[in-house]
Design a protein around this ligand. Structure first.
Ligand SMILES: C[S@@+](CC[C@H](N)C(=O)[O-])C[C@H]1O[C@@H](n2cnc3c(N)ncnc32)[C@H](O)[C@@H]1O
Length: 427
């Protein structure tokens, strides 16, 4: 591939490392340095020194820098025209202006990619990242990550959702998963709805701890991107997919995906939309990113409207603790869920298993909650999921169908499996 690599300054080792790595991978790469440390240093110190004495000379320093930027931008555009790259990779996402990015794209027809080294939820990042076709975020350690950007997410519910899952995925990461080729959530959706095995570019929207990413990223012919809101989830997903070139993780809010329209061959989102402030806006965004003809599949909690009054009362009662639990410190809540897990296993999973041996009871208990536990400690994550998240919406069959229809999906399929598995095709 022909890549124009827009690096930092001549002294930046990252630019030469990246250049060497891309060359080794067989790409044809040209380098362009977009920062001149000398100019920046002189004009910045000019600004600082002179600002106290009045605005004129400071304007002069700023003017000099602007003139240098104009000259640099013109050189970069000329280089892109001459080299005709297929990809322009800007190493530091915040170095080029939106106008320059638009011009580069128009003049060269290349795709734009960047590595965003700091918080991709900052104001400037929010303006710039959508102009890129691809971006990768810097993923530091999970603790570093907790402070990273969460305070600037839009709305306190989104913030709390992000923090609660950060804690969950860091906790569950401590538990070995064993053989990661077992069937996971994408398989469950596919099986329930009779969908074929997806190929090409897949988006896992709200990929959580990245188990599906690690499974799908090993399938030939698949490139999978996981988008995840929580820092801990991004971190766990990055760890699980380390060394898997076909799986990528991007930290982003599903309601503002950093992808161009019509980009993915298959999109799914398991257990995410019902935790969003606006599930319909989230689903519309997924549909936007899907290619025409692609399946968009989701999993939603059910509201038990089609069940007996006993189950509906049970759901109401089990929701009551949420008034308290959604306000508890996350780590404390997780510890409580670990303690409660064996009890729930005993009350739900064990009776379900026994009932499956009695034909009279088999059908009656077939939709028992928490029937899927595989061992007494296994349900801690599910309990936490139920009791930590500030937003939890539930759907009837008809409201789930309406959600998909209103997002513009066609040929809708829907099945009940511990909630609604639903999918539709983007026309
Ligand atoms: C119940 S978990 C499901 C995780 C994963 N899909 C799975 O099947 O294991 C929901 C995930 O959605 C993420 N999430 C919630 N709101 C989101 C948003 N607005 N954008 C992106 N991810 C979000 C959470 O951080 C969490 O990891």
């Amino acid at each position: 591939m022909r890549i124009l690599l827009v690096g930092h300054s001549l002294l930046s080792p990252w630019t030469s490392y990246t250049h060497r790595a891309l060359n080794r991978l067989g790409h044809s790469v040209e380098r362009f340095y977009c920062t001149n440390l000398l100019v920046d240093r002189l004009t910045l110190s000019g600004n600082k020194d002179l600002s106290a004495k009045g605005s004129g000379p400071a304007n002069g320093a700023r003017g000099a820098r602007e003139a240098w930027h104009r000259w640099r931008d013109a050189r970069l555009i000329a280089r892109a025209r001459a080299f005709r790259p297929e990809l322009i990779l800007v190493l530091w996402g915040n170095t080029l202006s939106p106008e320059l990015l638009r011009t580069l794209k128009k003049e060269s027809g290349a795709r734009l990619a960047t590595w965003w080294v700091d918080d991709p939820f900052r104001h400037r990042a929010e303006k710039l990242i959508p102009l890129y076709d691809f971006f990768a975020a810097h993923l530091p350690s999970p603790d570093e990550n907790l402070a990273w950007g969460d305070q600037e997410l839009s709305g306190s519910a989104t913030q709390r959702t992000s923090r609660s899952y950060s804690v969950l995925w860091k906790e569950t990461f401590k538990r070995p998963l064993g053989n990661e080729s077992w069937s996971y959530h994408l398989e469950e959706i596919r099986e329930s709805l009779g969908l074929g095995e997806p190929q090409g570019k897949i988006l896992d929207a709200g990929c959580g701890e990245g188990v599906d990413l690690a499974i799908q990223g090993k399938r030939p012919g698949v490139k999978i991107v996981g988008v995840e809101l929580s820092a801990g989830g991004c971190w766990a997903s990055a760890q699980r997919t380390r060394g898997l070139a076909a799986a990528q993780v991007v930290r982003a809010d599903l309601s503002q995906l950093p992808f161009t329209s019509d980009a993915f061959d298959f999109i799914y989102s398991y257990g995410v939309l019902h935790h969003m402030a606006s599930p319909s806006a989230g689903l519309r965004e997924l549909v936007r990113a899907a290619k025409p003809g692609a399946w968009v599949a989701i999993y939603l909690y059910e509201d038990f409207q089609d069940r007996s009054p006993g189950w509906r009362i049970f759901l109401r009662l089990s929701n009551l603790p949420r008034h308290l639990t959604t306000r508890l410190p996350h780590r404390l809540l997780y510890a409580l869920c670990v303690l409660a897990s064996p009890l729930v296993y005993l009350l739900f999973t064990v009776p379900f298993r026994l009932s499956q041996r009695v034909s009279f009871l088999k059908r009656r208990t077939s939709r028992m909650p928490f029937r899927h536990g595989s061992n007494p400690w296994d349900l801690a994550g599910d309990l936490y999921d139920r009791f930590a998240t500030p937003i939890e919406r539930r759907y009837s069959l008809s409201s789930a169908q309406a959600l998909l229809r209103e997002a513009g999906l066609r040929e809708i399929r829907i099945a009940n499996r511990r909630g609604w598995m639903a999918a539709g095709i983007k026309p």
